[in-house]
Design a protein around this ligand. Structure first.
Ligand code: PMT
Length: 395
């Protein structure tokens, strides 16, 4: 996700400095080349060796280090950065940046960079609410600096309140958003994800293998790119992506009601959910008892949500998925026209590395004018980005 991105991680002196180690791990895991700068006080809390080992890059500590300046100077570091993150950021470093002070490696690099700067403050609640601090933060926000606000909680100093460094996952999410194009601003995108459950009795239900990963990847990526996202999700065990409006549903009927209620406010709808095509004709109020050697059940068709959307007079841009085990393009093409969608993402669920549950997918995108785009095996996050790129150019 952050492949080939060069990120400077500035660590300042606070007890939360140890959490920057976890942030570094998230950044490197997603492919970023991370260069750490530590202030003198940060080194009182965590050793540079920890950051150096995990980043596989030398840690910068001194502005006037002859060796470090010869190998890669602070201006070169600032010039080459795609993003500069300061986590944890003390009131001191924020005050220095707001006042234009550049007297150490970190503050000088911040002053010299043209890359976006993302600040994750962590401090005592009284410092955080101090009018001097508030004015500094507001000033930096006006200049375009990005902030990940601290959380509420018990602070290291014993006080309760706002000031706890945001979770490394939230800072990581903000970093990915800062590096994403903002090409979906102004769009409202409804995405369906996960399976539906059709109950037979209070104990049993019919469902499928959908984990929700594909739909959640689309929701996360669309939100990072600036869209307002409504995620209508069947029962899954994934956390709701940051900043997304989650509408949990269980059955195909509930999904139909939730989608149709919001369709009018959407510019795009993406149907990645694996919706049951049939549900039991009746739901028994009591547990169905074991009787003979065989059991027959009667099923009725559920409403086809995508087809309903396709028949709306003034409909949003419609993307459907096709999960096929054979004749991928033929069956997917049929669905594209029968359901009156604008694009179908056809995935071959007979492959072990595509479709249900896995983190990767392999798909072909089919369009109404006969165009086709083959997408080789990639992560579901990457496929989500490709699908959204196409939506942006189609809109
Ligand atoms: O959730 P994951 O584990 O990440 O797996 C991802 C996925 C395999 C579920 C996803 O990539 C996918 O293929 N989703 C669509 C699955 C499906 O139901 O396909 P289908 O070919 O049966 O349906 C075609 C389209 O009609 C789909 O967009 C579906 O949402 C829609 N549909 C189907 C039935 C119905 N009653 N209403 C619908 O809207």
């Amino acid at each position: 996700m952050l492949k080939d991105k060069r990120i400077i991680l500035g660590v300042t002196g606070g007890i939360a400095a140890y959490k920057a180690v976890e942030l570094l791990r998230l950044l490197t895991k997603s492919g970023a080349d991370v260069h750490v700068i530590m202030t003198r006080s940060a080194r009182e809390f965590v050793t540079p060796l920890t950051f150096q080992t995990l980043s596989a890059n030398p840690v910068h500590t001194e502005l006037f280090s002859l060796i470090a300046e010869r190998d890669i100077g602070h201006i070169t570091l600032a010039d080459r950065a795609d993003l500069l993150i300061i986590a944890p950021a003390t009131a001191n470093i924020i005050g220095k940046i707001a006042s234009g002070i550049a007297d150490d490696m970190l503050s000088t690099t911040v002053m010299a960079t043209k890359a976006p700067v993302l600040i994750a403050p962590a401090m005592n609640v009284n410092m955080y609410t101090n009018p001097v601090y508030r004015e500094n933060e507001e000033k930096l926000r006006r200049f375009g600096y990005l902030f990940v606000p601290p959380e509420q909680g018990t602070l290291a100093c014993g006080w309760e309140g706002e000031g706890k460094l945001a979770a490394p996952e939230s800072i990581f999410e903000a970093a990915v958003a800062a590096l994403s194009p903002r090409d979906l601003v102004g769009q409202t995108i409804l995405i369906t994800a996960g399976p539906t459950r059709e109950e037979l009795d209070p104990v049993r239900f019919i469902t499928n293998h959908s984990s929700g990963k594909m739909g959640y990847a689309l929701a996360r990526t669309a939100q990072r790119r600036g869209a307002r996202v409504i995620l209508v999700s069947g029962p899954v065990s994934l956390p709701a992506p940051n900043g997304v409006e989650l509408k949990p549903v269980v059955s195909a009927d509930e999904m139909l009601t939730a989608v149709m209620a919001r369709a009018g406010e959407c510019t795009v709808i993406i149907k990645a959910a694996a919706v049951a095509d049939y549900r039991p004709l009746t739901r028994s109020g009591q547990k169905i008892k074991k009787k003979g050697d065989e059991l027959s059940l009667r099923f009725v068709k559920t409403a086809d949500i995508l087809a309903r959307l396709g028949s709306l007079a003034d409909r949003p841009y419609l993307v459907g998925f096709a999960a096929e085990t054979d004749n991928l393009k033929t069956f997917a093409g049929k669905k594209l026209h029968e359901k009156n969608a604008d694009m179908i993402v056809a995935n071959d669920i007979s492959r072990s590395d595509a479709g249900f549950h896995v983190d990767t997918n392999h798909a072909v995108l089919l369009f109404r004018d006969g165009r086709e785009t083959e997408c080789p095996l990639m992560s579901k996050d990457d496929l989500a980005a490709v699908i959204l790129d196409h939506i942006v150019s189609e809109l």
